[in-house]
Design a protein around this ligand. Structure first.
Ligand SMILES: Cc1cc2nc3c(=O)[nH]c(=O)nc-3n(C[C@H](O)[C@H](O)[C@H](O)COP(=O)(O)OP(=O)(O)OC[C@H]3O[C@@H](n4cnc5c(N)ncnc54)[C@H](O)[C@@H]3O)c2cc1C
Length: 546
């Protein structure tokens, strides 16, 4: 923290820290609601953070498109849904109310004033599709139209690339329902460098930033807030090896993402082991540390957007390991997850966030996390049918997969009891042949089957036997998309202190804030929906300060 206020190198009205979905939304909102001068600071050389690598979907209940699709939704239903899933007492009614109120408003503003184009994803179930208040057949999740990067001119090269492979030219909805758009349409997409998913979201937000001539400093790492004793009036940022003191007449908006790449913060706060973050390595909790320095109250610090990942045996490119998401891998028929006891321990097709805490089950007698380490087990039929982690074609397993001719041998190779592993696989196969997973109910709900194999007849698209050798095991990590605890926002996105009073001049949004849904992943877009809505709220409120 710094409290010397008379020597700014630069002074603007609103400073936004971070260029993920939340940060760019905050900057656009600040501009459009009359902030005056807005400045965006980005720590990395590339723009878009984890958002640019993501699916780019937003979970926004009560959105206007629901009615167009004939779906009725209500405040009561959403609250019943989230309240039923959140830990007792962890939902903050003020933050949740603001999210539900302002999310639809943000969507209207996007549509009217910005290049962002979001479309309801028909049929995408809420993640706990069976719970009270859930929309079992979707309507709260929105997807981006593919956005032409040609419109970004020379800025296109500064957008962070997707997590794996070259960006898809299509939207998520197109991928799911109409994967073949035809040669002519695809040639046109190619020509205009159209990109879907998180690339489309960041591309369209960045276009809004460029249209408004909002300055954006890359390789600018905000480190400390500047206060005048009563309020936050600026930020110290590191650029080109020196400290730049930037004054913010109306406010500083923290949009720096989570703290999952900061080992000290992870060890201090998270509820259990976390070994595989899939976000950008810049998410080191810088915003959290800055807010703590000025007395921010913190919430949901033990929680994360949990995810099951696997460490690719290659460097991240930035001196950090790379972790691959294993969602489709564990959901498709013919795969199971097993723990150190060589036993299944969870419905593998459940949503990633719900599986996370299961990995933290602890046995008081053996003093061990009973489900760690854990592995995904598949057979040759699976590998021949589906792409497996970073393989480019079917038929091959990643180089770091362990392979054996029999299940027993596979167990021995990964260090678990091979006989037990064999029994586990046999029991699962018997269930599959009988048509139902009697142990964990895998496939018993709409969500489980949504990402299963759609070529399967019948309701169970996630169940398949494992019986054709050779057999493969890949060790999985207790990973995250990002953490979701941090400074607590009020309904204006202002950071509050431990007396619940706003710290004037300081705002928070993104994964840096205490999650308004208390870490409940409502449906596809469960992180970006609330994170960007608070970007909108914060930018608008900061703009309207005197
Ligand atoms: C493959 C994949 C698919 C996903 N799909 C979805 C999805 O469809 N929907 C969904 O809701 N979520 C999804 N997620 C999760 C989602 O991407 C993240 O939760 C979300 O992008 C976080 O957005 P953010 O704005 O909080 O942070 P980020 O997008 O990570 O942006 C934070 C930015 O802040 C910058 N920064 C950090 N520290 C500083 C500092 N000190 N000064 C200045 N800048 C700083 C970072 O460099 C970064 O650019 C997915 C994730 C992955 C990896």
């Amino acid at each position: 923290m710094s409290d010397q206020t008379d020597d700014f190198d630069l002074e603007v009205d609103v400073v936004v820290l971070g260029t993920g979905g939340a940060g760019l939304t905050a900057a656009l909102a600040a501009h459009d609601f009359g902030a005056g001068e807005v400045l965006i600071l980005e720590k990395f050389g590339m723009i878009g953070g984890t958002t640019a690598m993501s699916g780019g979907m937003l979970w926004i209940p009560l959105n206007d498109q629901q009615a167009e699709h004939g779906v009725e939704d209500s405040f009561e239903e959403v609250v019943a849904y989230l309240d039923g899933l959140a830990e007792d007492g962890h939902l903050d009614p003020e933050a949740l109310g603001a999210f539900l109120e302002e999310g639809p408003e943000m969507l209207r503003w996007f549509e009217e004033k910005t290049p962002v184009r979001l479309r309801l994803f028909p049929g995408f179930p809420d993640y706990q599709s069976y719970a009270e208040g859930a929309k079992e057949f979707g309507s709260r999740s929105l997807d981006n139209d593919a956005f032409p990067f040609a419109e970004l001119g020379s800025w296109a090269k500064w957008v962070n690339p997707p997590k794996t492979g070259w960006p898809r030219r299509t939207s998520m909805i197109e991928d799911y329902y109409t994967p073949d758009l035809g040669d002519e349409a695809m040639a046109d997409r190619e020509e205009r460098d159209c990109r879907g998913q998180g690339q489309a979201l960041i591309g369209s937000l960045l276009k809004g930033v460029l249209d408004r001539n909002i300055p954006l400093h890359r390789e600018s790492r905000a480190r400390h807030l500047i206060t005048d004793g009563t309020r936050v009036v600026g930020v110290v940022t590191q650029e080109e090896g020196r400290n730049l003191r930037v004054g913010a007449r109306k406010g500083v908006i923290i949009a720096t993402g989570g703290f999952e790449w900061n080992e000290k913060l992870v060890n201090s706060f998270l509820r259990g082991p976390m070994t595989g973050p899939v976000s950008v390595p810049e998410c080191e909790g810088d915003g959290l540390l800055m807010a703590m320095e000025v007395g921010a109250s913190l919430g949901n610090m033990g929680k994360s957007w949990w995810l099951q990942s696997s460490q690719e045996m290659a460097a991240h490119g930035r001196g950090k390991a790379n972790y691959l998401i294993g969602n489709s891998e564990r959901t498709r028929p013919g795969s199971i997850l097993v723990n150190r006891a060589a036993k299944r321990f969870v419905n593998e097709a459940a949503n990633y966030n719900a599986i996370g805490p299961v990995l933290h089950n602890f046995d008081g007698s053996s003093h061990q996390y009973v489900n760690l380490p854990y592995w995904i087990i598949v057979d040759q039929r699976y590998v021949d049918t589906y792409r497996f982690f970073n393989t480019t074609t079917t038929g091959a397993a990643p180089s770091w997969a362990i392979c054996a001719d029999t299940v027993e041998e596979l167990g021995d190779k990964i260090g678990v009891d091979g006989t037990v592993l064999h029994e586990t696989v046999e029991r699962f196969n018997a269930d599959v042949r009988a048509g139902r997973d009697t142990e964990f109910g895998r496939g018993d709900n709409t969500y489980d089957n949504f990402w299963g194999d759609r070529s399967f007849d019948g309701p169970y698209r996630t169940l398949g036997v494992i019986d054709q050798g050779p057999f493969y095991a890949v060790q999985m990590e207790s990973g995250v998309l990002g953490t979701c605890g941090g400074p607590r926002p009020n309904a204006n996105g202002q950071v509050i202190d431990w007396d619940d009073k706003p710290i004037e001049g300081l705002y928070v949004c993104s994964n840096a804030m205490s999650s308004p849904t208390a870490g409940v992943y409502g449906g596809a877009g469960g992180t970006l929906g609330p994170g960007m809505t608070f970007g909108f709220i914060a930018g608008r409120h900061a703009a309207q300060q005197g």
